[in-house]
Write a protein that binds this ligand. Structure first.
Ligand SMILES: [Zn+2]
Length: 289
């Protein structure tokens, strides 16, 4: 009796425990679902992405991937980040010196999207075809942002990374390991100067974006000597480019300095390599952690 009594007590304990276990697991499942749903619905907080009247061929080329991005509960971006599968040493193709140095260090090469702000704006659909950007010192913003973007690309490619330079029109659902939009500021107040970075308001990769932003802030200030002045505006905080790029990609915008300020212009126009070095160093610092 004592033995079966003990068994009964044991069963009651187990039975009593089960609902709790169920509740715990239901809570865990619920939390997991909420996370997944939150992950999926977060991008919609940016609002619907306008059509921009992109040619049908361009939309067709990018829509399958953007559809996938919105429907599938994607794993975390660090897991999803595309890592080239290394070939066995025997059949590894010949690679350049920079890639070889990377391989020896065990570093992983990444796919980086740089946007030269306002570049090819005239070819973009309305309203972007009127967004010329600012100008100063005889240079237009797209001339300046393209010069900087090309130099950032050269530096990153020398480290083995794959780099795209994107114009005003970004293929919808664009995917890379990170995205940086490069811009320059302008003001009627010719004394206004400084640089800053910005990133989306709500994002499934907010932590990565904050880290990339901070890494560029630090490296860019160091390389250029231009002061950091946070002048975040709706244009930088709700930047249309954030919506065009897949929400799984860390997205940052940098205003590199004021084209209307002689001191900033001396760096970003006359010494674009310094500005580019700052951005490339920031990206490298972000990737190294
Ligand atoms: Zn701009």
């Amino acid at each position: 009796m004592r033995f079966s009594g003990a068994l009964a007590v044991l069963f009651i304990v187990i039975a009593a425990a089960f609902p709790q276990v169920n509740r715990v697991s239901q809570a865990a499942i619920g939390a997991g679902l909420a996370l997944v749903q939150g992950y999926e619905t977060a991008p919609s907080s940016y609002g619907p992405s306008p059509d921009y009247g992109l040619p049908a061929a361009v939309r067709a080329a990018v829509e399958p991937s953007s559809l996938l991005t919105e429907v599938l509960p994607l794993p975390s971006p660090t897991v999803r980040a595309v890592t080239p599968t290394p070939n066995p040493p025997s059949d590894r193709p010949a690679i350049g010196a920079a890639q070889s140095a990377q391989a020896q260090k065990g570093a992983v090469t990444k796919h980086i999207g740089l946007q030269a702000g306002h570049w090819k704006y005239a070819e973009a659909p309305a309203p972007f075809n009127t967004m010329t950007g600012t100008s100063g010192g005889g240079k237009t913003e797209p001339e300046v942002t393209l010069a900087i973007a090309e130099e950032v690309a050269r530096l990153l490619r020398a480290s083995g990374h794959t780099v795209d330079i994107l114009p005003t029109v970004i293929p919808r659902g664009y995917k890379a390991d990170l995205f940086v939009a490069i811009h320059a500021d302008g003001s009627n107040n010719l004394g206004a100067r400084g640089f800053f970075t910005d990133h989306p308001d709500a994002s499934p990769v907010a932590a990565a974006e904050a880290r990339l932003s901070a890494a560029i802030d630090f490296a860019y200030g160091k390389a250029t000597g231009i002061p950091y002045v946070n002048r975040s505006t709706p244009g930088s905080h709700y930047y249309y480019g954030y919506r065009e790029v897949s929400s799984t990609v860390p997205r940052v915008l940098i205003e590199t300095g004021f084209l209307t300020n002689a001191t900033d212009r001396e760096i970003i126009v006359s010494q674009p390599k310094r500005a580019a070095q700052g951005i490339a160093d920031g990206i490298a610092a972000y990737l190294s952690h």
